[in-house]
Design a protein around this ligand. Structure first.
Ligand code: PLP
Length: 348
């Protein structure tokens, strides 16, 4: 099987498994664990923040960030297709008592005029804006990278109103690779940021939330509140340290295979994918001209040894990662080409 469903299917490297075997087993929830602390320091250093807190998932780092930055009744402004809004089950409303206002966006970047209009102070009749959230790379926007100028402008706008900014950087290092900058050059335009070691970086579990010392101290209490204290998390953190040390540089290879895939799909039919939309390791293919649903396409591709996820009724999402090489991508393109022909679709 050529598995292009997600970069979360990546397996740990031998170096990660060795480091996991050798890791400390301190109780992170009691006296702290030495390996977890090392990962947190490294994560803070990579993002240019004062401190970090290790957690089991990206969803939890986002939730804890919202809990830590906001108060009940406050408004969280975020791009309308944000992962926090569409794929995290309304956790921010259910658990932090905030509610959201969706800002229209292009390729994951909020319309700054609308953002400016929606940010509002606390008055006697409402709690006002508590938080602005950004996402880079942007999952629903096909792995689009927020331009640094956009992040800088959104951050400045929020600051004018004393509103903090959190950035969901589940794939922060993919964004950094695409922009050819350090992750900290992105993270300087946000007060807090999280990233996952479990996705393209190939570690089995975990995400780190980074921010100021005071923010992270408070975040640790909320992490406990939502059940995120992991006790003997040393082996997981050990894999995360290797991920940051050895897997960041190679992300550009995943971007190259994604581009190769996009170009190949575009050659089958120009309506399927615009290769210029592909900036990182996600490729979205529009199957609507075929009159068949993305779910049907996904089933048919699976029969041909290619696994992909339907991202919407008419869109398939392909994700490249460490276990996908050029030959796999070429085989996936061939499978799509065959199905496209047999669906009666000619070349366009
Ligand atoms: C942009 C973004 N944020 C957050 C998450 C959540 O991460 P996790 O699956 O570790 O909870 C994902 C997962 O794919 C994501 O793509």
């Amino acid at each position: 099987m050529i598995d292009l469903r997600s970069d979360t299917i990546t397996r740990p490297t031998e170096a990660m498994l060795d480091a996991m075997r050798a890791a400390s087993h301190g109780d992170d929830s009691r006296d702290g664990d030495e390996t977890v602390m090392r990962l947190e320091v490294l994560a803070a250093e990579r993002t240019g923040k004062e401190a970090g807190a290790f957690m089991p998932s990206g969803t939890m780092t986002n939730l804890v960030a919202v809990l830590t930055h906001t108060q009940r009744g406050g408004e969280v402004l975020l791009e309308q297709n944000a992962h926090i809004l569409n794929s995290e089950l309304g956790g921010i409303a259910a658990l932090s008592g905030t509610f959201h206002k969706a800002i229209p966006g292009k390729r994951g970047a909020m319309d700054l005029d609308v953002l400016r209009e929606k940010i509002r102070p606390m008055t006697r009749n409402n709690f006002g804006t508590s938080l602005v959230c950004m996402e880079t790379t942007h999952n629903a926007a096909g792995g689009a990278v927020l331009p640094l100028a956009h992040m800088q402008a959104a951050h400045a706008l929020a600051r004018e109103h004393d509103v903090p900014v959190h950035t969901d950087g589940a794939r922060l290092f993919n964004a950094a690779a695409a922009l050819a900058v350090d992750a900290r050059d992105i993270a300087r335009h946000t007060d807090s940021v999280c990233f996952c070691v479990s996705k393209g970086l190939s570690a089995p579990v975990g995400s780190v939330l980074c921010g100021s010392h005071a923010f992270i101290e408070r975040a640790r209490a909320f992490r406990r509140l939502v059940g995120g204290n992991m006790r003997q998390a040393g082996p997981l953190a050990a894999a995360g340290i290797i991920a940051l040390g050895t897997m960041v540089e190679r992300l550009k290879d995943d971007h190259a295979t994604a581009k190769r895939l996009a170009v190949g799909l575009h050659r089958i039919d120009t309506r399927l994918v615009d290769p210029s939309d592909v900036e990182t390791n996600l490729v979205r293919m529009d199957v609507s001209p075929s009159q068949r649903s993305a779910a049907q396409w996904s089933d048919d591709l699976k029969q041909r040894g290619v696994r992909v996820s339907p991202a919407s009724a008419n869109t398939l999402r392909f994700v490249t990662h460490r276990h996908i090489g050029a030959a796999d991508v070429d085989a996936a393109i061939q499978a799509v080409a065959t199905l496209w022909q047999s669906a009666g679709m000619g070349k366009r």
